[in-house]
Design a protein. Structure first.
Ligand SMILES: Cc1ncc(COP(=O)(O)O)c(C=O)c1O
Length: 372
């Protein structure tokens, strides 16, 4: 028995050793701020380092009980306006939002048609709903149409991300909306990585496509530099979630101080469009630089994935880059499918052109050193 591990948990030591052997073990990163040039943060607009406004630290209870604060309501109004929906409800995280939302929309008699690469929170939400889950190949609209055409007596909900965080690609939202309408299905869109950066004024890819989803999820933990999340839609949806989303009902309301910080993040993103512009420009500089080195990053926008293949190769490249002062996360199974491990660069408004150039030079030198 290893020190500190109670007998009933010794098997965890073996499981950890197994992760290490398979190059899937996650090291704990150094505490912030990182000594490296990092390409792993979701602080896309470089807003997270700002001091938040002061407000009560705790909500004291679930919002259904006595946890309701004016900061919650103000944040919900702004979030709904951001995505052009009538109403929004704030959750403590995007994970909690998705895990609360899907079981509130679909039950055991219903079906959820889900993109195969949906985020873990959408997968877990779908599983918790106990609805029939139909996983369709990534971005495959024909498969969505086929799944919805199967005779079914319950309700159907189609769930997708608007900007997939591991591949930096997007579904054809107008076509997806049309398919949902043709079959009477609801459309749920997770805009976690798009909001704040992509779409007109950073209002996301539904806005860019002119599509109204039936439920939109957005998080304050990425571009808006805080934490917490929201689901937006019609009044009936948010009222239903207030009553029935278990991660909302049975959880302490989000800290009012955090709600105020998230609100300030939304306001700063709107008032300082140059942040968004710089993020996208920096991403373009990185994509161009990688192309010049013969690396073909996939997708578009501020997430720049470099597909490597094997988890061990992704880890080796990430370690070598870190030794040279550039920090980028190797993304390995189970976050992505076996054989599709990658380096995933996320670009933020804090990356200046010199920093990007320096990172490209480091990558170039490493590739030359590693060339056979
Ligand atoms: C697509 C997607 N949805 C939801 C989440 C969860 O959001 P949060 O970090 O606010 O829990 C994430 C990332 O964390 C995500 O990438």
């Amino acid at each position: 028995v290893k020190q500190g591990c109670p007998p009933a948990l010794v098997h965890l030591e073996d499981a950890l050793d197994d992760l290490r052997r398979r190059q899937l073990f996650r090291e704990r990163p150094a505490p912030h701020p990182s000594p490296w040039t990092t390409f792993c943060s979701n602080d896309y607009l470089a807003l997270a380092g700002r001091r938040g406004p002061s407000a009560a630290a705790g909500a004291t209870a679930s919002r259904l009980v006595v946890g309701e604060h004016s900061e919650h309501l103000a944040l919900e109004r702004s979030a709904a306006d951001l995505v052009g929906q009538p109403a929004a409800l704030v959750f403590t995280s995007g994970y909690a939002a998705n895990v609360g939302l899907l079981p509130a929309l679909a039950g055991p008699d219903d079906r959820i048609v889900a993109d195969a690469l949906n985020h873990a929170s959408l997968i877990d939400g779908a599983r918790l709903s106990r609805a029939r889950i139909v996983r369709v190949p990534h971005l495959d609209l024909t498969a969505v149409d086929r799944a919805l055409a199967e005779p079914f007596s319950g309700r159907s909900v189609v769930v997708t991300e608007s900007y997939f965080s591991m591949d930096a690609d997007q579904p054809d939202l107008p076509a997806l909306r049309a398919i949902c309408d043709a079959h009477g299905a609801a459309l749920v869109v997770d805009e976690a990585h798009a909001l704040g950066v992509l779409g007109p004024e950073g209002r996301g890819l539904c806005a860019a496509a002119g599509v109204r989803a039936d439920a939109v999820m957005g998080t304050f933990g990425k571009a808006f530099g805080a934490a917490g999340a929201f689901v937006a839609g019609c009044d009936a949806l948010t009222t239903w979630l207030w009553n029935r989303a278990r991660t909302f009902v049975f959880s302490t309301g989000i800290s009012p101080a955090l709600a105020a910080a998230a609100h300030a993040g939304l306001a700063a993103a709107a008032a300082e469009p140059e942040r968004r512009e710089r993020t996208l420009q920096a991403a373009g500089e990185l994509r161009d630089g990688l192309q010049r080195l013969g690396v073909r990053p996939t997708g578009f926008g501020h997430i720049v994935p470099w597909l490597v293949g094997e988890a061990s190769d992704a880890l080796r490249l990430a370690n070598a880059l870190r030794e040279r002062g550039v920090e980028v996360r190797p993304i390995r199974p189970p976050s992505v499918a076996e054989g599709t491990a990658r380096l995933r660069f996320t670009v933020t408004a804090a990356h200046d052109p010199i920093e990007i150039e320096r990172a490209i030079a480091v990558i170039g030198r490493l590739l030359r050193e590693m060339a056979p």
